[in-house]
Design a protein around this ligand. Sequence first.
Ligand SMILES: Cc1cc2nc3c(=O)[nH]c(=O)nc-3n(C[C@H](O)[C@H](O)[C@H](O)COP(=O)(O)OP(=O)(O)OC[C@H]3O[C@@H](n4cnc5c(N)ncnc54)[C@H](O)[C@@H]3O)c2cc1C
Length: 67
Amino acid sequence: MAAEFDCDILIIGGGPTGVTLGLLLARAGVSVIIAEKEADIYPLPRAAHLDHERSCASSKKRAWRTR
Ligand SMILES: Cc1cc2nc3c(=O)[nH]c(=O)nc-3n(C[C@H](O)[C@H](O)[C@H](O)COP(=O)(O)OP(=O)(O)OC[C@H]3O[C@@H](n4cnc5c(N)ncnc54)[C@H](O)[C@@H]3O)c2cc1C
């Protein structure tokens, strides 16, 4: 028997974009499912540096978390 899932928003892809969007939507009270095709996290580092724009997005996420 197939499992059933329900959500307001289905996000395809659990990379930084999908996870950030899912986090912001969840903190706004929207039910979200993130569907990722890979079973494991990418094994190599891909965040050696963060530019200004991404730092601002991360700071905003932290601000949401403290509310
Ligand atoms: C070697 C390397 C080093 C890097 N270093 C840095 C760095 O230092 N700083 C920096 O800011 N950026 C860096 N980047 C870039 C950064 O990794 C990307 O900008 C970022 O990962 C893009 O995020 P994204 O969520 O848009 O896409 P992705 O990270 O590509 O995520 C997309 C996700 O969707 C999944 N997906 C795709 N199709 C499907 C499907 N049909 N069904 C389900 N899931 C699916 C994929 O498996 C993946 O997990 C680097 C990239 C590489 C390759």
